[in-house]
Design a protein. Structure first.
Length: 90
């Protein structure tokens, strides 16, 4: 029997204590959840059309993952990702 060396990896017992940037929400999901678009299809068209910016830069990937504090703009509407957005995406 071969014995492998053990590695000490700290166990995280409380998910609420996780680093806030380990939880994410996709850009298209945030737009839908916040009511900035009516459907996923509309989100896709607007994102791929270059109408959406994330933290001041145009973002064309609808699956772009966002973390708490990221700022999303569509036209004159602005949304900042919050903990509530992340918990709702589970």
């Amino acid at each position: 029997m071969i014995k492998l060396p053990s590695t000490s990896v700290p166990m995280m017992t409380d998910p609420a204590s996780a680093d806030e940037h380990t939880s994410v929400i996709r850009l298209a999901d945030l737009l839908k959840r916040r009511g900035l678009v009516g459907t996923g299809g509309e989100a896709k068209i607007r994102i791929q059309g270059g109408e959406v910016s994330v933290n001041g830069a145009v973002e064309t990937r609808r699956r772009k993952q966002l973390a708490i504090g990221d700022r999303v703009q569509l036209g004159d509407q602005l949304a900042e990702v919050s903990a509530e957005d992340l918990s709702a995406s589970d």
